[in-house]
Design a protein around this ligand. Structure first.
Ligand code: NI
Length: 178
């Protein structure tokens, strides 16, 4: 397994629309495994390919992982690999959830999302699957699928809130450099 380098705001790849995955082969499956490993090592709940510098439509998620107290690493709970994911249904009802992102380190904010969604995607073998998700899993899926369209959670905030958050990000980066 290879730990992949994370791209952080304002890296332009995070603001690009990612390309459809045409060919699902062993090289792609290895890359997805590396994405999952990178996600666990960085204690993320989900990771989208553009966040590790590949502008293609694929995401990995594990909304049930647990911290291993002995190693301090995150243990696999229910890893999911979604290639070319698409939201094909969403509820009218929305919920607010406090979100963070590995590409906007150390920050978080409340974001409004659909409470329930249905997603169509291809699995690692290329088979077309559908998943229904609500609440937390629905939030994570919407956050990661947004990444494939070049949208970060901070883009859902008001200009005022986004600017405040970005100022805090700048300050924390400056503090780290000292
Ligand atoms: Ni994110």
């Amino acid at each position: 397994m290879t730990k992949l380098a994370l791209r952080e705001y304002p890296d332009p790849i995070l603001h690009q629309k990612a390309q459809v995955v045409e060919k699902i082969d062993d090289a792609l499956r290895t890359f997805l495994d590396d994405m999952l490993e990178t996600m666990y090592l960085d204690h993320g709940v989900g990771l989208a390919a553009p966040q590790v510098g590949v502008s293609k439509r694929m995401i990995v998620i594990d909304a049930e992982q647990k911290d291993d107290e002995q190693t301090g690493l995150n243990k696999s709970g229910n890893p999911m690999f979604l290639i070319n994911p698409e939201i094909i249904y969403h509820s009218e009802e929305t919920i607010f959830y406090c979100e963070g992102c590995l590409s906007v380190p150390g920050q978080s904010a409340d974001v409004e999302r659909y409470q329930k969604i249905k997603v169509r995607y291809q699995d690692k073998s290329g088979a077309v699957k559908e998943i229904e998700a609500e609440d937390y899993l629905a939030v994570v899926l919407q956050h990661e699928i947004d990444h494939l369209d070049g949208i970060l959670y901070i883009d859902h905030l008001s200009r005022l809130k986004r600017n405040m958050l970005l100022k805090k990000l700048e300050k924390s980066r400056a503090a780290k450099e000292q």
